[in-house]
Design a binder for this molecule. Sequence first.
Ligand SMILES: [Zn+2]
Length: 215
Amino acid sequence: MSDPSPALAPLIDGYRRFRESNWQGQRERWARLREGQSPQVMVIACSDSRSDPTQIFDTAPGEIFVVRNIAALVPPFETTPGRHGVSAALEFAVQVLKVREIVIMGHGMCGGCHAALTQEMQGCEPGHGGFIASWISMLDETRDTVAARYGTEGREAGRAMEQAAVQVSLDNLRTFPCVATKEKRGDLTLTGAFFAIADGELHLLDESTGRFSPA
Ligand SMILES: [Zn+2]
């Protein structure tokens, strides 16, 4: 095989460190995991390279089931044609793995939320921003409320959008019948969270007040 690209090379180095330390140190755990996984928690986070749930929650392999996408969004329950990746992952986590908890983790300086707020991708062709525009259009209603109150520029507006998006995803989660039923039964808990990049602080949402406070 040819040498890895300059971008991939540091990752292959990282893989070698992983094999020597993490994997060696947790061989028994990996051997057990070979039999299957039973994570108790599903985390839905942004694809942003700065908001990695396994890093932030310092989890071990097998501990959390993760979906990451632009802006950490959950679409509503929809049966329209299309490849519903998040819905499929959700179905698997809730119905097959039977996770007990779903965490939606938004984050600071989120590019997806910024695009929702400024609507800078609107009208773009698929492949040139159109997929992003379509994906984040699920924030449109909330975006209008945020924009009316805070405008569309600056960190106050940005953070308001990022935190409001977490509530949108929680609301959309509850449109999935299996989620709503299990939450009502007390078999499943939904939690909104927000990771502020610069200070590394995690905030948890109190849905009764709409406030995020440090965990
Ligand atoms: Zn993001």
